[in-house]
Design a protein around this ligand. Sequence first.
Ligand SMILES: Nc1ncnc2c1ncn2[C@@H]1O[C@H](COP(=O)(O)OP(=O)(O)O)[C@@H](O)[C@H]1O
Ligand SMILES: [Mg+2]
Length: 485
Amino acid sequence: MYEGFEIQEAIPEASSMIETFRAIGYNLETAVADIIDNSITACAKQIIIQRYWDGGNSIISIKDDGMGMTNEDLIHAMRPGAQNPLVERDEKDLGRFGLGLKTASFSQCRKLTVLSKKNGITSFWTWDLDFVAKCKKWNLIHWCPEAFKNSLDDVESGTIVIWSELDRIIPLNVDKMDQVAKERFSMALQKVREHIAMTFHRFIEDKQISIIWGSHSILPWNPFCPTESKRQPFPVEHLAGNVTLTGYVLPHKLNFSSEDAFRKAEGPKGWSGQQGFYVYRGKRLLLFGDWLGLFKKEECCKLARIAIDLPNSQDAEWQIDIKKSKAHPPIYCREQIEQYAKKVRASAEEVFRHRGKILKQRAGQQFHPLWLEKRKDSNWSYIINRDHPLVAYFKGLAETHPAEAIDQMLSLIESSVPTKTIFINEAKNEDKYETDKALDTTLIHKTIKSMYDSLINQGKNSLQAKALLKIIEPFNFYEDFIDLL
Ligand SMILES: Nc1ncnc2c1ncn2[C@@H]1O[C@H](COP(=O)(O)OP(=O)(O)O)[C@@H](O)[C@H]1O
Ligand SMILES: [Mg+2]
């Protein structure tokens, strides 16, 4: 090919390449998860995550008892782009681009050391980004932090990934006595722990792996609350390419088995944030609490969660990115996903809104709402239930104590405005909602006329009375009618 043409080597410049790697957009949670993926692919049974606080010299390490690597394997693994993404992967392989180990690590730290043990021999190599930038060459260093020299002695085979100079989490000049920085570090790690409990919950539930955090095993966090008897599962739906959808509506707060269970079910992003799709590739959760651009997150749909299960052969179709935290459903199945999700969302909204219904069933008696929702086409209005027992009560009271009756009635109305329902309807119909239509014109006209008569009786002349009426809400909308009086 290109015989007779001049050739010129143009090797990527080391320091700018590094910055590109660092900017791929991992966060600490997704970066750690990517390292754990490698351990799982290497058939690890146990993964141990350790954090060592030492100010700017703090370290995070992730160790596994997987198959490990030989020295040659390790050098290959440390090379950016170690594997071609187009090569077909084993069904259980969680990797893809041959970049995860490097990009995930560099996104968080300036120094990456990997020790790996295979056939009884431990090998180790370090990437130091400052060294690469300085010598302008991708040179690995045969160096390992002193404290980790023997870290694989207790396993037959395995690998430990060590991150030091964590400049994206702790500025490197921070002193170990800096309590604020320490607190920040521990809060960042708390999020990592929650993320791991969620991302790998299927592996932990199946006892395929255990993940040790310091000295405790991380318990799985299943977004679909399998032990809650009052959740509503939806029938599984099959999409092209062996992809399945399984929707769940979680129980209303009042119907959770306990308050504690309700709180635990909330998840890292909070109730509203966790609604939406949960995309799994095999057992691995890629993306969570996201409507994939098909819907907006809404308070009323916060109990809806839908699992999408993909085989890893669907990576390209679903545009799984390097960080494994984004996915886009292919156009040909969007419609089907949308229709399915609509049903789950409608059901979730029903559960969220009709807390009242539950009260009614519980009491076994007729329930008396104070406000009624009147719906005409896409317009809602809210009226006071004239048959409410309190309305009759106030009418009675008005006969002897009119001022008190009006006062009490107004207080009751103020304290019971159905803000939640209004909020939901308003949010769903931002453009269509019109309050004006809710007003009954005949009744308003009657009231204006009777107030006008009363003002005249009080000695106002017609002009004065009309001027007064025009500055009273909602009469101000009826100037034409007032002028005709
Ligand atoms: N913990 C580990 N145990 C054994 N091999 C590993 C481990 N981590 C990485 N490797 C090897 O390094 C290679 C490169 O890893 P990585 O950069 O994450 O890319 P990918 O996972 O996409 O292959 C892996 O394919 C694997 O062969
Ligand atoms: Mg990987």
